[in-house]
Ligand binder design. Structure first.
Ligand code: ADP
Ligand code: MG
Length: 259
């Protein structure tokens, strides 16, 4: 595989934010969503971001995912000063470097699994044949190589989220951002998705995950707690759980609807 994620030019830091501030203006009211956040993330980390609702987690994810710009502060993504980019450049770096997974899966409903996964590649110059190959490779990585022609409504919630993970992976991104990816899933399925994230992380893919569930955060290597748009704590997780081990202890419930 081509390694497009060589970050020697950025001192090994995949992501660096300094004094990040985000204010939203709602009419006359100003909402201070991020109040001067500084974080560094290296390649290969698996970070869980936690914190109460409204503490700025999604705002942070949108900024580091290049979907939104900060009001002030510095953001370097593999050494690139994202704040200085034009809208087009921002879209390009987002497409090349970031894979998103959302709580609601965000798949196109009238589009098969493999076509959903191919979507991010439509903006690049690859041929349709290579697009198909990459999408298939990506679906195989999440264990859905036998479901490629299924439509989202023919897949369980967990399978839909795995399609979304495959879509996030297909560009070989530098970083996967997952905002409450298990929020709509039952507990076994949540652990299955975490199992996939752990496997990807073992292949040195960087993952930043937002969750409000401590049980889910325990699969990550580092815990960052947000409070009121600031970092309350930032700790190494010394007791990482292995999702593959946990899965052995959770009984399989009906998978019939998968067929
Ligand atoms: P979290 O994901 O931790 O629940 P958010 O980042 O969504 O928190 O929100 C942080 C704060 O910013 C909240 O007070 C929220 O109401 C506000 N906020 C988020 N998005 C917007 C927006 N687009 N416009 C105005 N206020 C927003
Ligand atoms: Mg949120």
């Amino acid at each position: 595989m081509i390694d497009s994620n060589n970050f020697s030019s950025s001192n090994g830091k995949l992501l660096k934010v300094e004094h990040l501030v985000k204010k939203y203006k709602l009419g006359e009211v100003e909402v201070h969503a991020l109040r001067g956040l500084s974080i560094e993330v290296e390649r290969g980390e698996f970070v869980a971001i936690m914190g109460a609702s409204g503490s700025g987690k999604s705002t942070f994810m949108n900024i580091i995912g290049c979907l939104d710009k900060p009001t002030s502060g510095l953001y370097l993504l593999s050494g690139i000063d994202v704040g200085k980019l034009s809208k087009d450049e921002l879209a390009e770096i987002r497409n090349r470097k970031v894979g998103f997974v959302f709580q609601g899966f965000n798949l196109l409903s009238r589009t098969s699994a493999i076509e959903n996964v191919e979507l991010p590649l439509l903006y690049s110059s690859v041929t349709s044949k290579i697009r198909r190959e990459k999408a298939l490779e990506s679906l195989n990585k999440v264990g859905l190589g036998d479901r490629i022609h299924h439509y989202p409504n023919q897949l369980s919630g967990g399978q839909q989220q795995r399609v979304a993970v495959a879509r996030a992976l297909v560009n070989n991104p530098a970083i996967i951002l997952a905002d409450e990816p298990t929020g709509n899933l039952d507990s076994r399925t949540s652990v299955e998705v975490m199992n996939i994230f752990q496997r990807l992380n073992n292949e040195n893919i960087t993952i930043i995950l937002v969750t409000h569930e401590p049980d889910i955060a325990r699969f990550a290597k580092r815990h960052i707690l947000f409070r009121d748009g600031k970092i309350k704590s930032d700790k190494v997780n010394k007791e990482i759980r292995e999702a593959s081990e946990v899965l052995k202890t959770i009984p399989l419930i009906d998978d019939e609807e998968e067929e």
